[in-house]
Design a protein around this ligand. Sequence first.
Ligand code: AMP
Ligand code: ZN
Ligand code: FE
Ligand code: FE
Length: 275
Amino acid sequence: MIDLHTHTRRSDGTDTPGELMERAAQAGLSVVGLTDHDTCTGWQEAAEAVPDTGVALVRGMELTCRHAGRTVHLLGYLFNPDHPAIEAHMSRLIAARHERIVAMAEALIDDGLIASSDLDLDSPALGRPHIADALVRAGQVDDRPQAFATYIHPTSRYHRPLPAPSLAETIATIHRAGGAAVWAHPRAKRHGQHSFDAIREGLSFGLDGLEIDHRDNSPADRVKLDTLAQAYGVLKTGASDYHGSGKPNELGENCTSEEVLGALTERTELEVIYP
Ligand code: AMP
Ligand code: ZN
Ligand code: FE
Ligand code: FE
């Protein structure tokens, strides 16, 4: 089983990279793709766990970008993390993430909803889940989903937008760094759900694939996305988007075929790390 989209504490998951690899082994995965948001800082620890766990590692990252007035999550796979284009891209995004989350936290502190001691801003790629966890610690909500439905919802007065680069520019950056680019959960409602026209436009920018088998794409949408992937000759991936205990998604709940992983690695600079 090949699961190409997971998160750790290096962004907004709850496992360390080593724990992720152990859980992947327990879940019976043969290959796991580590795709923390806008950071590769978990790659090394995950790679060190490959021999002991026997799980192969695909080094990846989920890059936040904008397209057609909405957020897109773009999975970048097996690119050279030291390429200057990707380094500049990451450092801009990490700084923007930090500024945005600090601004949201300050607004909540000013209104007495959280205390600064409720905050844990250690992660290299901060996101709203870190504010959600502070709201849980402060007793304002029971869990992350409840925080997302209230205090940190885009309509909340405490929400701040994350400035992000365009989809076209982000695809080009991944390609320049030798990687492959796959549009994550294209029909997820949490990003305001992209139209099929917007997805077609994304395909025209040179995407390598669409993440079709994902719990946030409805069965009817998966059929339409399949047709699009075939029409444009791009790869079809599937994955869990596991976040540890931060989300209900279970490792291996959706998978990618060996053929697709083979086709993906044919076009990338880095290779899968096998045990
Ligand atoms: P942000 O990057 O600040 O927009 O936050 C988006 C992150 O929050 C993504 O990693 C999502 O997986 C996660 N997320 C979105 N909605 C929820 C939810 N209802 N419960 C838990 N995590 C969520
Ligand atoms: Zn996430
Ligand atoms: Fe995502
Ligand atoms: Fe994700």
